[in-house]
Design a protein around this ligand. Structure first.
Ligand code: NAP
Length: 252
């Protein structure tokens, strides 16, 4: 049975990915910042008859927590096949249903640090901690859950549907994550690793006060396509099926 670690799997798209992968016959370590929430998420899946899941405390901003998760998982398995770096925040406050946009001139460094700590440094920390277990898989996959809004090319195009949504903090964190993905894929280019950045469509979750337009089922399915592909699949690329329904690939 192939083993998967998903960060931020206690709710939202991460939770739904755990459900869909478990139904396909994978074993899922569900990373969760708060173990109580993770245990409740596991219980919910167990009530649906899904038993190949377990919660692992994992706060991607906390080196001790990531190390402890690595040790726990290492005691349970010698091999990890798939890492989905899903945990993410946008740091946006809402006024009713209206998101308060982070501007390039008006938003202080503390907000950038808060968001980058999860979306960028958290991914690097988790990837480096689990790389040795992934290297033992014959078909290792890393999916960095990004956002099409991190695309520099799209955001420079006035016809892009989110052209006017220039949230300087979240978007730039995903651009940084994208470059990390390129560097990581390059470093692993002569191996069986497939490393890609994948954006779900706009998905209704707590992340956006449920204002997203797709369901978690669709969002999870889009991302998982790049987690379970075979050795012919692409690496070092950026995908968002919502922006390009044909090939899925979008520009960096
Ligand atoms: P969500 O429902 O808010 O879930 C986010 C998950 O990340 C939660 O499990 C949360 O845990 C976890 N998380 C936050 N900080 C963490 C930390 N320090 N350590 C570990 N886990 C942490 O959001 P979502 O919509 O499912 O988003 C999942 C991913 O998709 C994110 O990377 C997001 O940027 C990306 N994305 C979402 C959309 C969208 O429309 N929803 C669009 C493009 C990209 P807690 O419950 O403990 O907070």
């Amino acid at each position: 049975m192939k083993k998967v670690l998903i960060t931020g799997a206690n709710k939202g798209i991460g939770f739904e990915m755990a459900r869909q992968l478990a139904r396909k016959g994978y074993y899922i370590y569900m990373g969760t910042r708060d173990l109580k929430n993770g245990s409740e998420a596991v219980k919910k899946l167990q009530e649906e008859g899904i038993n190949s899941v377990e919660a692992i405390q994992l706060d991607v901003t906390d080196a001790g927590s990531v190390m402890s998760a690595r040790e726990q998982i290492g005691r349970k398995t010698d091999v990890l096949d798939i890492l989905i770096n899903n945990a993410g925040i946008n740091g946006i406050e809402f006024e009713g249903d209206k998101p308060l946009m982070h501007t390039a001139l008006g938003t202080g460094i503390a907000k950038y640090k808060e968001v980058y700590e999860v979306n960028v440094f958290g991914v690097i920390r988790t990837t480096q901690a689990f790389i040795d277990l992934l290297q033992k898989s014959p078909e290792p996959r890393i999916v960095n859950v990004s956002s099409s809004q991190g695309s520099l090319t799209l955001h420079s195009d006035p016809s892009y549907k989110y052209y006017h949504a220039k949230g300087a903090v979240y978007q730039s964190s995903k651009s940084a994550l994208n470059m990390y993905t390129i560097a990581l894929a390059f470093e692993l280019r002569d191996t069986n690793f497939k490393v890609n950045a994948v954006s779900p469509p706009s998905t209704a979750t707590d992340f956006n006060h449920h204002l997203g337009t797709s369901s978690v089922e669709v969002g999870a399915e889009h991302i998982l396509r790049y987690a379970i592909m075979d050795n012919d699949g692409p690496t070092g690329r950026f995908f968002c099926l919502d922006n390009n329904p044909e090939s899925g690939e979008i520009p960096w």
